[in-house]
Ligand binder design. Structure first.
Ligand SMILES: Nc1ncnc2c1ncn2[C@@H]1O[C@H](COP(=O)(O)OP(=O)(O)O)[C@@H](O)[C@H]1O
Ligand SMILES: [Mg+2]
Length: 227
């Protein structure tokens, strides 16, 4: 259990993670003191991790081997966790991440089969220590539905361009890890509308905030008075 609250948003391509993170960003900006929360994305979040993100997602000259890809994700995660996430949680902040290590279990574990979920969890522990999300939203969408959404999007990255079987294995990976850690996971049917999904996420977060001692919403006037 973290001193702050660590929330992660997970799911396959085009399930709506970034759409929900944008809504959460607006909600937190309108209802919380800006010092009480932090948004990050994986891979990325620090200058070095953002450089690694470009290499992981778009470097095609010397295509990363599956193991190399896994280690690059771990390298970016190390930088992000030790420099930003862990210090923020120690200060009692709410941290919201667009993807985290469950993505590695689903993509590099279940889909690329570099190693098992258990081995990835062991490796992750070496990289980031005891850090674990308190609450993970898994936006569950069939790969067929996701493919329909993706056709409307611009240029796709190296991982988004993988075929249907790859994305079916990604879904299996998420189903596996979410069934293993039922306490941490909130599984949401991602075929609902963005507003329906957001109201589920918001209610769940508010429930967690009531249970914990971390920051709670403030009225904007209270916010202004405290400056
Ligand atoms: N609940 C939803 N229903 C229908 N379309 C959605 C929904 N959420 C997001 N989208 C659309 O699907 C596409 C991918 O959404 P995005 O949030 O970028 O997904 P992700 O970050 O999971 O890849 C975008 O075009 C977005 O507008
Ligand atoms: Mg996204």
């Amino acid at each position: 259990m973290n001193k702050g609250l660590f929330i992660t948003i997970e799911g396959g391509e085009a399930c709506g993670k970034t759409t929900q993170v944008r809504k959460l960003n607006e909600y937190f900006n309108n209802n919380f003191n800006s010092n009480d929360f932090m948004f990050v994305r994986e891979p990325g979040g620090t200058p070095l991790a953002e450089e690694l993100r470009k290499l992981i997602l778009n470097y095609n000259e010397d295509k990363p081997l599956p193991m190399t890809e896994l280690l690059m994700f771990c390298a970016a995660r190390s930088q992000l966790c030790h420099n930003l996430i862990i210090p923020a949680l120690e200060e009692g902040k709410i941290v919201i991440a667009d993807r985290f290590y469950d993505s590695t279990i689903a993509y590099q574990g279940s889909a690329r089969k570099v190693m098992s979920a258990k081995e990835i969890l062991n490796l992750t522990k070496l990289v980031i220590g005891d850090l674990k999300p308190d609450l993970t939203f898994y936006l569950k969408l069939s790969p067929e539905e996701a493919f329909k959404r993706k056709t409307g999007l611009g240029e796709l990255d190296r991982i988004e361009l993988e075929g249907m079987n790859f994305h079916k294995d990604v879904a299996k990976g998420y189903d596996f890890i979410s069934s293993l850690e039922k306490e941490r996971f909130c599984i949401i049917d991602a075929s609902k509308t963005p507003d329906e999904i957001f109201s589920i996420i918001k209610a769940e977060i508010e429930k967690h905030l009531k249970k914990s001692r971390v920051a709670s919403p403030v009225s904007k006037s209270e916010d202004e008075n405290s400056i």
